[in-house]
Ligand binder design. Structure first.
Ligand SMILES: NC(=O)c1ccc[n+]([C@@H]2O[C@H](COP(=O)([O-])OP(=O)(O)OC[C@H]3O[C@@H](n4cnc5c(N)ncnc54)[C@H](O)[C@@H]3O)[C@@H](O)[C@H]2O)c1
Length: 354
């Protein structure tokens, strides 16, 4: 596994704290601002500060925002920049993103633009952020109704992963991150997938080693194709159908979590993989059963035209063609596979019975 670049900046548990302390000592920042949402301020900040006694209180500032995806907005971004100015953050300041993917996406982007870029580090607190969002250099906000429309590829100077933060994470959020970890195994590492399937998506079953496997898979893909010219598309397995389902259910006032939607998308795309890639039907059936046990399809109708319209909006399509990442086998993904809309709908129907 490639341990360079993105992954080289990722540290776990005591090593993360030691490395962060080393950075603080060597850089001698004038100000250190910690960005939290109200949940991570309550559940993670006290332990984080207690573990870092050398964080000088006269240089420390805490910025708190509301939790939720709506915070990844131009308005909240502007409020953050106002707050940076009011706290006199300058080029010799550090921003610590202590939170889930919303905090690392928003905070990373805010830091990368402020005064043409100040240092930032990520201490992810959700499973999704530990296993995925805090690594890979994507930062940004939603804009004009489009997710992640405005953003930058920029690396934090380090990522520190403290799995103990997972103890206060809600079960639904745990499942959401677990789906991305299962995806990592399915696209690149069958052993990792089997290891995950033997465990439960609960804090007691998730250790640094397990997280490190997911981070290594993501980092190895990103190191070879940071800007998604090709290979990085494998990380989108389950997302083409998943994003459309997520958006569809949201418009029906029946929202499901991102991870749940991705897991449903993976089930449909496994079925497509038996026809449009080399996945053996028996293998697809086994994995689908395993995923379906954790992530069942809702018993709701789906309206064909509205769903297909959402599929057509996917970023990976080329021209009029829907493009998919599929599995050739458990642990081996293929990408840029063109599939007609009628086939996607037909395979979705196997699960929804619409
Ligand atoms: N940059 C990337 O590569 C990348 C990859 C995947 C997802 N993302 C982005 O990540 C975001 C989703 O991330 P997320 O699921 O972490 O969302 P999130 O940041 O909204 O966190 C989910 C919820 O969990 C709470 N929470 C987080 N840590 C907690 C803890 N330890 N204890 C109690 N509550 C806690 C948060 O307050 C929030 O309510 C999306 O905006 C998505 O676009 C980015």
């Amino acid at each position: 596994m490639n341990k360079e670049l993105a992954q080289a900046r990722v540290f776990f548990e005591s090593e993360a704290l030691e490395n962060f302390s080393r950075i603080l000592r060597s850089k001698d920042y004038g100000k250190v601002a910690v960005l939290c949402d109200s949940n991570t301020q309550e559940f993670c900040l006290p332990a984080f500060l207690a573990a870092l006694p050398e964080l000088p209180s006269d240089k420390l500032e805490v910025l708190e925002i509301e939790p939720g995806e709506e915070q990844k907005s131009i308005e909240v971004l502007a409020q953050l920049w106002d707050a940076f100015g009011a706290l006199n953050l300058d080029r010799n300041s550090l921003l610590v993103n202590l939170g889930g993917g919303v905090i690392s996406d928003l905070g990373g982007f805010a830091a990368a633009c402020y005064m043409r870029g100040i240092d930032f580090v990520n201490f992810p607190t959700s499973l999704l952020a530990m296993a995925d969002a805090s690594v890979g250099a994507k930062t940004g906000i939603n804009f004009a109704g489009f997710k992640n429309r405005i953003g930058l590829f920029v690396e934090p100077i380090m990522v520190g992963i403290l799995p103990a933060f997972l103890k206060s994470l809600a079960a639904e959020e745990m499942l959401s991150g677990w789906a991305e970890m299962l995806k990592h195994g399915l696209i690149a590492d069958e052993e990792h997938y089997q290891d995950l399937i033997r465990r439960k998506p609960m804090a007691d079953f998730i250790d640094a080693e397990l997280l490190d496997r997911s981070v290594a898979i993501k980092a190895s893909v990103v190191n070879r194709d940071q800007k998604e010219a090709g290979l990085r598309k494998v990380l989108n397995f389950g997302h083409t159908v998943g994003h459309a389902l997520e958006a569809y259910y949201a418009t029906q006032q029946n929202p499901i979590s991102h991870g749940h939607a991705v897991a449903l998308g993976m089930q449909v795309e496994l079925s497509l993989s038996t026809v449009f890639a080399a996945l053996k039907p028996q293998e697809a059936e086994t994995i689908t059963k395993e995923l379906g046990g954790l992530y069942p399809f809702p018993d709701w109708d789906i309206e064909k035209e509205a769903f297909l319209k959402l599929m057509r909006g996917d970023k990976k399509n080329q021209g009029q063609q829907l493009r998919f990442t599929l599995l050739a086998a458990c642990g081996r993904a293929v990408y840029d596979i063109a599939i007609p809309e009628s086939d996607v709908w037909e395979h979705l129907q196997k699960f929804t019975g619409v």
